[in-house]
Design a protein around this ligand. Structure first.
Ligand code: NA7
Length: 535
């Protein structure tokens, strides 16, 4: 059923990234009619939009992929340890073609509102073309780092040169050769893009407000032996990642405290992990995200590395984060980031002590001077976890809108549903492990939970599901308590909403781990969907 003729579906899906694609696959196999709506001109979500130079995943490619189909994971070949954006996008295309998913996706279509009709009951979604579609269930597969944002800087609209955004990079070649390029931001996206841009730009100026911790990727072509070590044992390794790790990714997990090692042992262990590359570095000791003194040993190691790599002492000092613990913002994984500042055509501009006053027709003006630019690149991040949902006017029971309900912070049971919004599910919503995990692991679990729940309702002839308000309150409190037991609340991060002026400071993702989260979800289902109310 292509669904084109009838504008009424069992399930409407918003978004056709990794979440939306897997939802289509599962729901169709369960015999439901589905339609997915996607703003972009093609599928792929994050990997469609974030095509800036150097864009890569920082979860290893053998692990950052779907696990639901053994043939799929056996037949696909990744070329590098950390896959590039084009390769991940072609993987998404491969999956879509293999399971014929695109025929249920309406591209170039933005959902502007979703309104619940209690009498039906059903959701009515309205598109930017003014069309209405109805569905018994609505699933928001809108992503948690998908609402890219421009900072509010005076005069931004007056800039006369070219403007680009890492989170919405043009789908055509961008020629930076010989130009004076300014990058605002030094988060993960900038840290990947800067070394690549520096290779072609005439001069690159990096406008840094807050430095980030980054570890080397040590990216390389995948060896056949390494690939075989995964493929020979994929089902068991995937099961382990899902059920026995917090992150949904297999690393070398430490079993001892940093305090149980001598200074020399710690140095050797950090060095060994630094040389191996990747976020494996953060698992050197088991107390690095809970114990400040332990954490400092890792931070100081990275500070020393920065001083070793960066020749100019002042630049090295500026690049070293000092006002928050390491790992409390998502660790960046780079290729030659710090070394890029040794290039004669790269300048670090410290806008912490000399803030941007305005963007001018010719560049950026700070209190201390004017920087002439031909090109301005915003690498300024996302309205994380709630941004994409809040861009849609979502109205639940009694016409109540989700934005008002979440005005003081998002509230959702398991990060999957919010009380007062029956039959509306979220994938990787606030309160789910999502951004603190290998997100595909989380996506698969959420999609399986949601689609099993919809099938269960069909079996039980239930028309409506929503969380019980008390269960939701308890989950939100639990998410806060688990976060408070770690150092993660000590940084002004996008996990906390701290990057968006006026956004409530609430720690949004679930730090408890994908293993524990999955067990909790399974127990809830075993107890007849405890904490949910059916009608
Ligand atoms: P991030 O990590 O949110 O980084 C955004 C950067 O932009 C960060 O350095 C910010 O500095 C900077 N920024 C934001 N607003 C401004 C203004 N107004 N002026 C100057 N600088 C600003 O986003 P990314 O895209 O790099 O990465 C997001 C996640 O996507 C990443 O963790 C991966 O999981 C994938 P600040 O720290 O606010 O001082």
């Amino acid at each position: 059923d292509s669904g084109k003729a009838r504008r009424n579906f069992d399930v409407a899906i918003v978004g056709a990234g990794f979440s939306g694609l897997y939802l289509i696959y599962r729901l169709r196999r369960l015999g439901f009619t589905v339609r997915a709506f996607e703003t972009a001109s093609d599928i792929g979500g994050t990997w469609y939009w974030n095509r800036y130079p150097g864009a890569r995943c920082d979860v290893e490619s053998m692990q950052y992929s779907y696990s639901f189909d053994e043939d799929l994971q056996q037949e696909w070949n990744w070329s590098e340890r950390f896959a590039t954006q084009p390769e991940i996008l072609s993987y998404a295309q491969h999956v879509a073609q293999r399971f014929d998913l695109k025929r249920d996706v309406e591209l170039d279509t933005t959902i502007e509102s979703a309104v619940y009709d209690e009498a039906a009951p059903s959701w009515t979604l309205t598109t930017d073309k003014g069309e209405a579609v109805s569905a018994r269930f609505c699933v928001m597969a809108t992503g948690c780092l998908s609402a890219a944002r421009d900072p509010e800087i005076k005069g931004a609209e007056t800039f006369g040169g070219e403007v680009y955004r890492t989170g919405n990079w043009p789908h055509r070649p961008v020629d930076l050769a010989g130009k004076r390029v300014g990058v605002i931001g030094t988060g993960s996206s900038a840290i990947q893009a800067i070394p690549e841009i520096a290779k072609t730009a005439g001069h690159l100026l990096v406008f840094q407000r807050t430095p980030n911790f980054s570890v080397p990727a040590k990216n390389a072509a995948l060896s056949p032996d390494y690939v075989a070590s995964w493929k020979d044992d994929y089902p068991a390794l995937r099961k382990r990642a899902r059920e026995e790790t917090r992150s949904g990714t297999i690393y070398e997990f430490a079993t001892k405290s940093a305090h149980a090692a001598t200074e020399e042992e710690r140095e050797a262990e950090y060095q060994r992990r630094w040389d191996k590359g990747g976020a494996n570095f953060m698992h050197a000791y088991n107390d690095l995200v809970v114990d400040e003194a332990a954490n400092r040993t890792a931070a100081e190691f990275v500070h020393r590395k920065i001083r070793e790599i960066v020749k100019d002492a002042r630049t090295a000092d500026l690049l070293s984060p000092k006002d928050y613990p390491i790992f409390t913002k998502r660790i960046c994984v780079d290729t030659d980031y710090y070394a890029t500042f040794n290039r004669p055509n790269v300048t670090l501009v410290d806008i912490r002590t000399d803030p941007i006053d305005a963007i001018t027709p010719g560049g950026i003006r700070t209190a201390g001077g004017h920087y002439d630019l031909d090109v301005l690149i915003y690498a300024t991040g996302f309205d994380a976890m709630t941004g994409a949902l809040n861009r849609i006017d979502i109205r639940g029971r009694g016409g109540r809108d989700l934005r008002s309900k979440w005005a003081h912070g998002p509230r959702a049971y398991l990060g999957l549903m919010s009380a007062g919004f029956p039959n509306l599910f979220m994938v990787t919503g606030p309160g789910s492990p999502s951004v603190l995990s290998n997100v595909i692991t989380s996506i698969e679990q959420h999609v399986e939970f949601i689609t099993d729940c919809i099938a269960h309702m069909r079996e039980q002839a239930r028309a409506e599901i929503e969380p019980d308000a008390a269960a939701e309150d308890a989950w939100v409190a639990h998410v806060g308590e688990v976060a408070a037991g770690t150092l993660l609340t000590k940084a002004a991060s996008w996990y906390m909403g701290a990057n968006i002026p006026g956004k409530p400071r609430v720690f949004m993702p679930y730090v408890g781990g994908v293993d524990r989260y999955r067990r909790t979800c399974n127990e809830i289902v075993a107890k007849g969907y405890e904490g949910f109310v059916f009608a």
